[in-house]
Design a protein around this ligand. Structure first.
Ligand SMILES: Cc1cc2nc3c(=O)[nH]c(=O)nc-3n(C[C@H](O)[C@H](O)[C@H](O)COP(=O)(O)OP(=O)(O)OC[C@H]3O[C@@H](n4cnc5c(N)ncnc54)[C@H](O)[C@@H]3O)c2cc1C
Length: 349
């Protein structure tokens, strides 16, 4: 399918663009994608964790029921369709940070539906020789990680085989006076420079991760407190992540590496060795909600961005919702619809 024959043009084949293009195709829509290696990709750096219980207080994340039941069906079906392996459901053990936190979970302040997402233990029998904390913790259900580089490579193969992907940028003539096509920008971090959507309140966050080797550990769960340690293959693990609002680039730093080593030592006892180091920028937003919808004036232009640090859990559910909006004129969730920023647009005009 050439670009001119398609109804939808997607700009960017990261997590957002790939999932959106795929779900449009599932609805029988004609789609073409432009992706240029001249722009950075957060998805190729991301650790890929999905986790329904987050933050220091271990609260259930926004829309946890809807997002997690959707993704648990979506990714396994996608693996079958793309004939690739990238979805790794796994419990996450989150040790209590201190006695106060342990006390909170012993009290009856814990919400009733917490047990849908996690179980509690109050002593550390299983991880005695591995973890610094001995206070017990929370073990999450409905969590795990997605190998995003593997998923994107499989998507690339799938779109290329169908002749739906052009490596490069979208020709400018397609952007202007184009009444028959809808162009959706899925540019991640670079989206904040898009002249049509730069009025939106992006708040990008740099992050760094290390791949490490830990000998003779053979962890079967992800460990997460301050930092996360994800078991990969054999004795390899992924350690992440840092958060920084400065130097918004994809260059690994000495400071990032040292922060991660320090976080690791606070969390884990075994020695580790660094194998590789990478950095990227999360396409986050000021109100921590995605940016989805059509441009207020140019209704043939749209955006699917702002997935922040939770792209793996947000992308499938909201791509489906965006497809239903684009194809069947259904409502978008008001907290993700970019029309919540109409006043910013009017102020900039
Ligand atoms: C260190 C780090 C750790 C992270 N860990 C996690 C995690 O554990 N769990 C989680 O859910 N999320 C995590 N994230 C966030 C996750 O990476 C993002 O939410 C998600 O990948 C964003 O996907 P995207 O498709 O919007 O952007 P991207 O992945 O950046 O994709 C954008 C694509 O568009 C292309 N592009 C951009 N502009 C143009 C243009 N004008 N023309 C053509 N092509 C263009 C780029 O080349 C790229 O391929 C992490 C991010 C970082 C940096």
């Amino acid at each position: 399918m050439t670009a001119s024959e398609s109804k939808f043009i997607i700009v960017g084949q990261g997590l957002a663009g790939s999932v959106l293009a795929y779900l449009l195709l599932q609805e029988g829509q004609r789609v073409h994608i432009y992706d240029s290696p001249d722009f950075p990709s957060s998805s190729k750096v991301a650790a890929g964790l999905y986790n329904p219980v987050t933050g220091r207080k271990l609260v259930k994340t926004w829309l946890a029921h809807q997002l997690f039941s959707f993704l648990e069906t979506f990714y396994p079906q996608l693996e079958t369709e793309l004939n690739a392996r990238f979805f790794y459901p796994q419990p996450i053990f989150r040790p209590f940070v201190n006695e106060e936190s342990q006390k909170f979970f012993k009290s009856d302040h814990v919400p009733d539906d917490f047990s849908d997402f996690a179980t509690l233990t109050f002593e550390n029998t299983q991880y005695k020789s591995i973890l610094q904390s001995q206070l017990g913790g929370v073990t999450t259900k409905h969590s795990g990680w997605v190998d995003l580089p593997a998923m994107l490579a499989a998507f690339k193969h799938y779109f290329t085989a169908k002749n739906l992907l052009t490596v490069g940028t979208i020709p400018t003539e397609l952007l202007e006076n184009n009444p028959t096509q809808t162009i959706i920008f899925c540019e991640g971090f670079s989206g904040r420079n898009n002249p049509y959507f730069n009025y939106l309140p992006f708040n990008p966050v740099k992050g760094e991760v290390l791949d490490i080797e830990i000998k003779n550990l053979y962890l079967t769960e992800i460990i997460n407190q301050g930092a996360f340690v994800i078991p990969l293959e054999g004795e390899s693990y992924r350690l992440g992540a840092t958060y920084s609002w400065h130097e918004l680039d994809f260059i690994p730093t000495e400071q990032g590496k040292n922060d991660l080593i320090e976080k690791y030592q606070k969390l884990m006892k075994p020695e580790m060795r660094i194998l590789s180091h990478r950095a990227g920028v999360r396409p986050a937003t000021k109100d921590r909600r995605p940016l989805i919808g059509l441009h207020p004036d140019f209704r043939h232009l749209g955006i699917f961005n702002g997935l922040g640090s939770k792209g793996v859990s947000l992308a499938p559910y909201f791509a489906k919702q965006f497809v239903d909006f684009l194809v069947y004129q259904k409502e978008l969730h008001p907290e993700v619809n970019i029309n919540r920023f109409a006043s910013l647009y009017l102020g900039k005009k």
